[in-house]
Ligand binder design. Structure first.
Ligand code: AMP
Ligand code: GLY
Length: 457
C-alpha cells in the first residue's frame, strides 16, 4: 500500500491530468483534511476548505465550537507535537494544514512529513523567518530585500552603541516568539535604554536574550500573503489590519482588531514591485540556503516614501487577515494548498498573482472581551451569532468561544468572534460586517467602529 503522502500525490497528479485533458467533472475519492489550531483564522480556513468539491471531511485539533460546525474536532493541543503526530497517524488525513506559528517553529510540519503525510506549512528551519527576528533580518540583508537598518545585540552596551547611531523613535524587538508582544517602539532615548535593559534582562524569557534594534520606518502598513512550494508561488490580494485596540488607532497593540482586502493602497504596480524586490529574492534566498519555504509566507510591509520595505515576515496566515482572504476568494483554495504542500505548482495551473475578478471585497470586525489585550473575565454569554449569519453577505468566525453547561455560547478568550462581510465594494463589505455586529448581543464585548477608515476618506 502506498504511504498516505505518496498516495495523495498520485491522486492529485491523476486529478490534474484528467482535468487538464478533459476539463470535465469526474468521480474521485474525496480528501479528508486536518486543520491544526482553534482560532478565527483556522475556522475561516476550515470553512473555505469545506466548500471544495475535492474535500470530504475537515477535521480540526483542538478545534472550537465554530470548527465543530464544519467537522469533528479532536482534543489535542496545537503545540503538543507528539500527540498531534499520533493523531495524524490515527486519522491518516490526505492533507494537514497548520494554522499557528508555535507548532511550526517547534517542527510539527517536519515530523508529519517524516512519517509520509502531505502538510501545508514550513519546516522548523524555514519557520525561523518568524521565530527569529535576527534570522529574518540577516536573510533580508543577504538577499538585498529593502527593510530598516538593524543590529543584533546581546548586551546592553552593544544596544546603547547602536541606539547612538539612530534617531527617535527607536524600535527594539525580542529575537524569539513573544506572542506578538515582543516589539517596543520607544519614543525617547531613555525609554529605549530602559526597554533594552529589561528585555535583555529576561522580560520575554529566552525569546529576548538577543534583540534586534532597528531604524523606525514611516508609512502605511499592508500585508501580502504568498502561497508557495518553496519555488513557485501565488500571491493573494493585499490586506490591511488594525493593530490598536481602540478607534482612531488609539490604545494598546493587539493581535489585530479588524481587516479588509483587497487593500486599494497596494496597486498592481506596487504589488509587482513587492514581487520583484521582496518575494522572489526571499524565496530564492531561502531555497539557496537549504531551507525552502513551503506554506504561506506573510510579508508585513511598510509603504514608505522610498518604496515598500519589509517590517516582518510571518510563517503563517495573519489573524484576522486570513478571515477576509478566505471569504473573498471565489475559487477553490484546496488546489493551491495542495500545490504548496506537494510542489505541484505548474505555470499553467496558477497565475502568479491571484487573477483579478476572482476575489470579492471582504472585511472583518473583531469582537473582543472588555479588558483585552490586558486582563479580562471569561464566561460571558454571547447571543445573536445565528441571526448575524442569516444576513446576506455575513459570516461569523469563532476565535475564542466555548459552549457552556446549558449549551450557551460563551467567550473564552480575548479576541472572541470575527464578524466578516463581503460585498461588491469594500464599503458594502464593511456595511455588511457591521450589520452582522449589530445582530450580536454581548454586553461584555467591544469592537472598533472604524475598521476601514483609510478607505472611506
Ligand atoms: P513586528 O512584530 O516586527 O511586525 O512589529 C510589530 C509592529 O511594530 C509592526 O506592525 C509595526 O506597526 C511596528 N514596527 C515594527 N518595526 C517597525 C519599524 N522598523 N518601523 C516602524 N514601525 C515598526
Ligand atoms: N494580524 C497580525 C498577525 O496575524 O500577526
Amino acid at each position: 500500500m502506498l504511504q498516505a503522502g505518496r498516495r495523495n500525490k498520485v491522486f492529485w497528479v491523476v486529478c490534474r491530468k484528467i482535468l487538464d485533458e478533459r476539463r470535465t467533472v469526474f468521480h474521485v475519492e474525496r480528501m479528508n483534511i486536518l486543520i491544526v489550531g482553534s482560532g478565527g483564522r483556522e475556522h475561516a480556513l476550515a470553512w473555505k476548505i469545506n466548500q471544495s468539491p475535492l474535500v470530504d471531511t475537515v477535521w480540526s485539533a483542538p478545534g472550537s465550537p465554530g470548527l465543530n460546525e464544519v467537522g469533528p474536532c479532536f482534543d489535542v493541543k496545537a503545540d503538543d507535537i507528539s500527540s498531534m503526530v499520533k493523531l495524524v497517524e490515527q486519522l491518516e488525513p490526505d492533507l494537514i494544514v497548520i494554522g499557528p506559528e508555535q507548532p511550526l517553529a517547534e517542527g510539527l510540519a517536519d515530523r508529519i512529513r517524516e512519517i509520509g503525510f502531505d502538510v501545508f506549512g514550513p519546516s522548523a528551519a524555514a519557520a525561523q523567518i518568524e521565530a527569529s527576528k535576527g534570522f529574518s533580518k540577516d536573510l533580508m540583508a543577504r538577499c538585498h530585500v529593502p527593510t530598516a537598518a538593524y543590529k543584533r545585540v546581546t548586551t546592553v552596551a552593544d544596544a546603547k552603541a547602536f541606539l547612538d547611531t539612530l534617531k527617535p523613535p527607536f524600535v527594539l524587538k525580542a529575537d524569539g516568539l513573544a506572542a506578538g508582544k515582543g516589539v517596543v517602539i520607544a519614543k525617547t532615548r531613555m525609554e529605549a535604554d530602559v526597554a533594552a535593559a529589561s528585555m535583555l534582562g529576561g522580560q520575554f524569557g529566552s525569546a529576548s536574550t538577543e534583540l534586534v534594534i532597528e531604524e523606525f520606518m514611516h508609512g502605511e502598513e499592508a500585508s501580502v500573503f504568498v502561497l508557495t512550494d518553496g519555488e513557485n508561488f501565488a500571491v493573494l490580494p493585499a490586506a490591511q489590519d488594525h493593530k490598536r485596540a481602540f478607534d482612531g488607532d488609539e490604545g494598546p497593540n493587539t493581535g489585530g482588531m479588524g481587516a479588509y482586502a483587497p487593500a486599494p493602497i497596494v496597486t498592481p504596480d506596487l504589488m509587482e514591485t513587492v514581487v520583484q524586490t521582496v518575494i522572489q529574492p526571499t524565496l530564492q534566498g531561502m531555497k539557496a540556503d537549504g531551507c525552502p519555504f513551503q506554506g504561506v509566507l506573510y510579508v508585513g510591509l511598510m509603504l514608505t516614501e522610498d518604496g515598500p520595505k519589509v517590517v516582518e515576515y510571518n510563517c503563517r496566515f495573519g489573524d484576522p487577515e486570513c478571515q477576509v482572504l478566505m471569504t473573498g476568494l471565489e475559487g477553490d483554495i484546496v488546489p493551491l494548498l495542495l500545490a504548496s504542500a506537494t510542489g505541484g505548482y505548474s505555470e499553467s495551473d496558477f497565475a502568479r498573482l491571484y487573477p483579478e475578478g476572482g476575489f470579492k471585497p471582504s472585511a472583518t470586525v473583531v469582537m473582543a472581551t472588555k479588558g483585552y489585550p490586558g486582563d479580562y473575565v471569561k464566561g460571558s454569554v454571547i447571543s445573536g451569532v445565528e441571526t448575524a449569519n442569516a444576513k446576506s453577505g455575513v459570516k461569523v468566525f469563532h476565535a475564542g468561544t466555548r459552549i457552556g453547561d446549558a449549551g450557551e455560547l460563551q467567550a473564552s478568550g480575548g479576541r472572541v468572534i470575527n464578524v466578516t462581510g463581503t460585498g461588491d465594494t469594500l464599503g458594502q463589505a464593511l456595511a455588511n460586517a457591521y450589520a452582522g455586529v449589530d445582530a450580536i448581543d454581548w454586553p461584555e464585548g467591544f469592537y472598533r467602529s472604524d475598521i476601514g477608515w483609510r478607505i472611506q476618506k
